[in-house]
Ligand binder design. Structure first.
Ligand SMILES: [Cu+2]
Length: 195
């Protein structure tokens, strides 16, 4: 049964409730504009401050011939010193391991990582450092960082890639730069030492 009072005898309450609704709508509109404004401000700040850009320069690589020719053949993986003196680590992720399984890098020196995947989307993070990227089949992921402290770090896959995902990890040995460059003189490719 409907209430007999649904029409206000004074005729004013309709206007009053409309006023309350308008005020609430205006309040929420202001809150939404403030949220959007702060998100845009954050985007502008991070874009300018960290010089982050849209990924317009996308490097691609042919998954089918990855192991046969080019940059990511087996004997080109690992840490190397390029002709221009840069320290470059090349690695491949596949279900469910990294190649190489152990990476050696010098402490306090810029190191460029270049990696890709042969199958699913993988990723890695090195210990508690900011070395962190995704590895996507067909694309080359690259970043440059440096490791201030020596020691061994775990490098787990951090993108769920299948049933063996939790067992997918490698190690990163950060060694003193003089030790690193002495090793580098003796060999083309640097491998981890058993400690
Ligand atoms: Cu993985």
């Amino acid at each position: 049964m409907t209430s007999p009072n649904h029409v206000d005898p004074a005729g004013n309450s309709h206007h009053a409730s409309e006023g309350i609704a308008n005020a609430a709508e205006r309040r929420w509109a202001i809150i939404v504009v403030l949220i959007i404004g702060s998100l845009v401000a954050m985007m502008v700040f991070t874009g300018v401050h960290w010089a982050s850009m849209p990924p317009s320069r996308v490097e691609t690589v042919d998954v089918k011939t990855l192991h046969l020719k080019g940059e990511f053949v087996e004997n080109n993986l690992g840490t190397m010193i390029e002709k221009d003196g840069r320290v470059v680590v090349r690695l491949i992720a596949q279900q469910y391991s990294f190649a190489p399984q152990c990476i050696v890098v010098p402490a306090g020196v810029s190191v460029t990582f270049r990696g890709t995947s042969t199958d699913a989307i993988h990723g890695f993070v090195v210990g508690r450092t900011n070395a962190n990227t995704m590895l996507i089949p067909g694309f080359v992921s690259t970043f440059t960082t440096s490791f201030p402290k020596t020691g061994e770090q775990l490098m787990p896959c951090h993108e769920y890639c299948g049933t063996g995902h939790e067992a997918m990890w490698a190690r990163v040995q950060v060694i003193p730069p003089d030790e690193f460059f002495a090793k580098a003189k003796a060999a083309e490719r640097l491998s981890c030492v058993q400690r």
